[in-house]
Design a protein around this ligand. Structure first.
Ligand code: ADP
Ligand code: MG
Length: 623
């Protein structure tokens, strides 16, 4: 086959323009990215060789070799990993498969400082080579195949592929250094970079000497998690985290320990300090890599960790799993289930410790990953109590976040439930009329503003033996709660229901008919005249709203309309109702009150045109 020339995908071209056209402070990371790819390639082949040993026959010692040629002004990175064939080259070096990369390129284009440190996270680390090189040659042969290929590009819009001849499998990347990148011809510089960024790589990274000697191994070349924690510096953990997670932030927690038991394993897990961009991918995939006896098996070990811990990064290595276990078998392997159990407990335990030690840092973690962790309240009933302890919520009583235990410790004498309100956004929820009576009595209400809250509340009915109670559903009877001293006057205001109230309620019920389930005097209102609530046993208001918004429900259920007997409007209407049952003003008022309650919840009036007409009429009479 003769030489073929291809254009880079538009996104790649854009990335290359940015990469080549600016000055970077940390362009040395190109070496980290190429070594990382070489290491991945060795991992992949070692895994395939488990079932096809002939692939590595005669050459089973994986290694990554670096060399510099001062005369030719080249740096070379060579591996004996899996290699690439013609199709692989086309699919990987020239196109971008990973989602999220477009946004990264956009942002990079606007950023003056252009920090390419994070390039690896977006599956485009290879292109960082063009920070230091104006020509890159990749010679490669796939394990088990006969043909080899040469991929060449100057990073300016096009690349070419032609047949090559190489006698060994694997990949050799040759960088022709730019004029201003000669510093990377210095062996001491290369050594320093490898020690800084690639020490944790599990294969030897060697630097060839000037002569023909084998060169020296620059890195530790043993899997970092097999070493004792006391021998590993924070810096080394961080570099390993960057490599394995394709991340660029600092790990927030590092959990490195070994379990000896029926099933023995080592885990080196990290919780990122920033949200990974694919956290809410619908697939909810785990990103923790599974190794068996130091051999990489898979990053998609479904049963290894529950989806609600998918923010974890790192590795788990067990010698007790079978090496050639398939992914399907893994899911049902009882040993893996044991490991999973141990890991979940460990991670939740560490979180609890952290929450106790540093509430501020924990609140930040919760801001990043609380939404994901809360999924566990629905998914994993065995861990419910532990997860409830870890959960944090906004509340009417405290700025910031509160735990349920703290809420319970603040409960009033006579208060027998944990009160909450669910809604879409905090400001809206915090001003809801339903809160009035609770505020007046100094009773704290939790503000649940995440969509997932509605779902775990279907499964979990209590904490510390106190039932959860929605303040928008069922009766709100705060009579038993002792009010704060200062609020005594408030209580005195709770006057006796006037004689006309019953008549008023009967008249409103008659007028509104099917539109409401019932009309009742309210104990939760102090300022607003009306509000709507869900009847005890009916679906809560917020759940219904959610279902209607997602199209799973069209008509709302009729609600209970509550009247505030202390409100001037209700008092006046009661007096009027006491005199005459059949009164047009009362009829209009009934509809207006219902619509007003709907509007206060952010809903539209049932019949906007009729509402406008009635409102105009009432104003006219008042004026
Ligand atoms: P990522 O490593 O995140 O996938 P890169 O841009 O670094 O992104 O590499 C793109 C792809 O090119 C890799 O996924 C791999 O398929 C292929 N590749 C790069 N370098 C090598 C190599 N040394 N051996 C085999 N494949 C490689
Ligand atoms: Mg890479």
């Amino acid at each position: 086959m003769s030489k073929e020339t291809f254009s880079f995908q538009t996104e790649v071209s854009r990335l290359l323009d940015i990469v080549a056209g600016s000055l970077y402070s940390n362009r040395e990371i190109f070496l980290r990215e190429l070594i990382s790819n070489a290491s991945d390639a060795c991992d992949k082949l070692r895994h395939q060789a488990l079932t096809a040993p002939s692939l590595i026959e005669g050459d089973s010692d994986f290694k990554i070799e670096l060399s510099v040629d001062a005369k030719a002004k080249t740096v070379t990175v060579q591996d004996n990993g899996i290699g690439m064939n013609h199709d692989d080259l086309l699919a990987t070096l020239g196109t971008i498969a990973s989602s999220g990369t477009g946004a990264f390129i956009e942002q990079l284009g606007q950023d003056d400082k252009k920090d390419l440190g994070l390039i690896g996270q977006f599956g485009v680390g290879f292109y960082s080579a063009f920070m230091v090189a104006d020509k890159v040659e990749v010679t490669t042969r796939k394990a088990g195949e006969a043909e080899s290929w040469l991929w060449t590009s100057d990073g300016k819009g096009e690349f070419s592929i032609e047949e090559a001849s190489c006698d060994a499998r694997g990949t050799t990347v040759v960088l022709h250094l730019k004029k201003d990148a000669k510093e990377f011809l210095e062996p001491s510089r290369i050594t320093h970079i490898v020690k800084t960024y690639s020490d944790h790589i599990g294969f030897p990274v060697m630097l060839a000497g000037e002569g023909d000697d084998d060169g020296e191994t620059l890195n530790e070349a043993s899997a970092i998690w097999t070493r004792a924690a006391k021998d590993i510096s924070q810096e080394q953990y961080k570099e390993f985290y960057h490599h394995t997670a394709h991340a660029f932030d600092d790990p927030w927690i590092t959990i490195h320990n070994r379990i000896e038991g029926v099933v023995s394993y080592t885990n080196l897990l990290f919780i990122p300090s920033m949200r990974p961009f694919d956290l809410f991918d619908p697939e909810r995939k785990s990103h923790v890599k599974l190794y068996v006896n130091r051999v990489f098996i898979t990053e998609q070990a479904d049963g290894l960790l529950p989806p609600y811990l998918r923010f974890l990064r790192g590795v788990v290595d067990s010698e007790d799993l079978s090496l050639n276990i398939s992914r399907e078998m893994l899911q049902t392997d009882p040993k893996l289930a044991k490991i999973r159990n141990g890991l979940v407990k460990k991670v939740l335990g560490e979180l609890k410790k952290k929450a106790g030690k540093d509430a501020g840092a924990y609140a930040e973690f919760w801001g990043n990953f609380g939404l994901v962790l809360k999924e566990g309240l629905v998914d994993d009933f065995t861990m419910r109590d532990k997860l409830l302890e870890l959960a944090r919520f906004k509340s009417t009583a405290a700025d910031g976040l509160t735990s349920l235990a703290d809420y319970v410790s603040r409960m009033k004498d006579g208060q027998d439930a944990i009160y909450y309100i669910v809604g879409e956004d905090e400001t809206h929820v915090a001003t809801s009329p339903h809160l009035e009576g609770f505020k007046a009595k100094g009773v704290e209400v939790l503000l649940f503003t995440d969509p997932v809250d509605e779902f775990w509340l279907q499964h979990i009915t209590q904490f510390d033996e106190k039932p959860f109670k929605s303040i928008t559903r069922g009766a709100a009877d705060l009579d038993g709660v002792k009010a704060d001293e200062a609020d005594d006057t408030e209580e005195d205001k709770q006057q006796e229901d006037g004689p006309g109230l019953d008549t008023l309620i009967a008249a409103i019920k008659l007028e509104l008919g099917e539109a409401v389930k019932d009309v009742r005097p309210s104990k939760r209102l102090t300022e607003s005249p009306v509000c709507l609530i869900a009847d005890e046993g009916d679906m809560d208001v917020s759940m219904e709203r959610l279902l209607r918004r997602t199209g799973q429900m069209t008509m709302g259920l009729p609600r209970v309309l509550e009247l505030n007997p202390g409100h001037a409007v209700v008092k006046k209407l009661s007096e009027r109702a006491g005199g005459n049952g059949d009164d047009d003003v009362l009829k209009d008022a009934a509809h207006l009150l219902l619509d007003q309650a709907r509007i206060a919840e952010g809903e539209a009036p049932t019949d906007p045109a009729a509402f406008a007409k009635r409102l105009a009429f009432v104003m006219e009479r008042a004026l």
